[in-house]
Structures are given as C-alpha cells and as structure tokens.
Design a protein around this ligand. Sequence first.
Ligand SMILES: C[S@@+](CC[C@H](N)C(=O)[O-])C[C@H]1O[C@@H](n2cnc3c(N)ncnc32)[C@H](O)[C@@H]1O
Length: 336
Amino acid sequence: MTWRKLFLLTVQLLSLKTCNAESAIRDPSIRIASLLMRVTRKLDTIYKLQEEVMAELDEIHSLRKISEDNGEIKQTIHEVECTGGVYSFDRASSFRSANETVAMNNGHVVRLDDILYGYDYLFEQKHLFSAGSWLGVQSQQDPWDLVAIQQLLWDVKPKVIYDIGTNVGGSAILFAHIMSQYAKPREALIVSIDPKDFAVNWDAEAQRLCPRCTAVADNPLWGQYVRFVKARAVERSALAALQEAISTFGGPVLISVDGWHRYAEVLKQCQVLSQYVTIGSYIIVQDTKLDRFLRKAGPRRAVYDFLKNNTDFEIDKSREAFLYSQHTDGYLRRIR
Ligand SMILES: C[S@@+](CC[C@H](N)C(=O)[O-])C[C@H]1O[C@@H](n2cnc3c(N)ncnc32)[C@H](O)[C@@H]1O
C-alpha cells in the first residue's frame, strides 16, 4: 500500500463517525489502515525503548572504561555480548532501503536494516569471518562483499594491489586468483602487508571453524603473485615495496584497507596511500559496519573525514550491488 493510499484511508477512518460503522468493519482496507496505524504506534514505542536500553548500556560501557588497547575485534565481540542481542534503531545506517519494513509471517514487523544487523551480529559473535576459505586458505572476507570485490577487480584489473592485513593470506590468495585470470605471473603483483607472521592466525577460533584450511605458502599463486612484507601499512619498508611494485608493473593500483579497524589508523592509511591509487581505481575500506557495533568512530567515520579533505575520491554505492555490504560507504573510487 502506498503512503498516499494509507493517508486517504486514514482520513476515511477518522471520519468514521459519519459512516456506517458496521460496513467500515467489513471493509478490509479500512481495517488494514487501522491496524497499520496501531502497528506504527507500537513500533515507535519499541524503538523508543530500544533507544533507552542502548543509552543505559552506553552508561554501563563508559563506567566499565573499556580499554582502547583491547583491539577492535575483541571490543566488537564484547560489545555485542554485552548488548545480549538488543540492538539500536540505527539512524546512521547507510544501507539503502534501511528503513523499509517487512511483515514476517510470525507477525513481527521489522526494518530491513534490523535483519541485516542481525546477520552482522551473528557474523561477529560466532566468528563467521573465520569460517570461510578461498582455494583452501582461510579468508576473512564476507561472502557478499567477496563477490562485489571480484566484480570490482575484474572491472579495474589492477596491476598492483596493496593488501593491508594479510593475516594468513586469505585476501591475498583470492586477489591473486582473480589476478591470475587477467595477468601472467611477473605482469602484476599483490603487495601484502602485516606486522604479524602469516603462518599465525590472529583469531584463535579459526582452526576450529576452518579445520580443512591449508597454509597459504602451499599454494603456487602465493609465490607467483604475492610479495609479503612484515610491517605496518604506512611504514617505510612497506611503502618502499609498494613504490617498487608500481615502478615495475605500473597501474591500475588498488588499495584494500583491512588491518585493525581503528579510526585513526584507517584515516592515516587513506591519507598516506590515496596518492598511489590511479584514476578509476579504488580504496576499499573494509568493515565500515564496525562503527555501529563499536558505537564509536571507526572505519566509516574515517572514510567521511578522509573525504572531507580529499575531493579526488567519491563513495561508489554501485559497488554495494547486493544492498547488504559490510563495507557500506567503503568503496572509494578515484575520480580525478
Ligand atoms: C581482519 S585481519 C585481515 C584479514 C585478511 N585481509 C583476510 O581477508 O583474510 C586483520 C589483520 O591486519 C593486521 N594488521 C593490523 N594492523 C595493521 C597495519 N597497520 N598494517 C598492516 N596490517 C595490519 C593484523 O595483524 C591482522 O592479521
């Protein structure tokens, strides 16, 4: 039912005193309008209560003085567990169609964004990010975004990919796999950066969730297409490797930002590395969804602040092809 129709029916309903009440009850559209008004009023109450619960949880959190040094992912899970599944009416959602509601067959009326948030909740709480693999290598990419990234890589065909956050090589190996379909070894390169050894997974749950996963070094694509540098993304040795790759292979150059998802680090990485991205190519800022879990500035805010002072990039919403994305507003295309 369109809002215009609902409005007309509401007017009709309000003027019931002039109508025959009995026929109104028999008219299903009037009954629907009446029920919709009641549901809307009740939903407003639910959202208000959720807001109050979240404000109280906020106070609990600030009293507990959660340490900034605990690590973003740890905090994310902690945050989710603390809320016990209660989640807020997120006005900051950047999902398209977020505020559309859907009536479930169990009588619940929920916002589309609530459903998507529920999936995000499971993804973090159950460590589903460690359940996936690509060519046998544990990869922490969300399946929806993985397809979107595959489409993007195929369109751009980058000669150099700067892969921030190797972990055990999951993103590097899938980038290499796609790269191998448009470039031969020694025609293109992935510079994969991590301060930690790629033989060790940061997530202790990964072994349990991906028991059949194998070491990335066993995959020939690793040797053919990936140069691993044990460093932080904006450290001199890592930048030197990136510059060397660009002078050897040229462009397009693409950056994937998937280290720890702290606001300051992500902002710095965008600021320092944007100069290397070629026009038409991208910075992919991953896990922008974490801002709403952490309920503080994270990668998504870093994107907005980066764009305030850099007009060479714009958010490419067309890359969120499945509407659901864990990197909402994180696909940044260089336009000039
Ligand atoms: C979310 S995991 C990366 C997952 C990986 N990209 C994948 O798709 O399988 C984050 C990784 O980033 C690394 N990291 C943290 N800070 C970093 C930085 N400043 N530069 C590069 N890597 C970083 C961590 O050690 C960790 O292994």
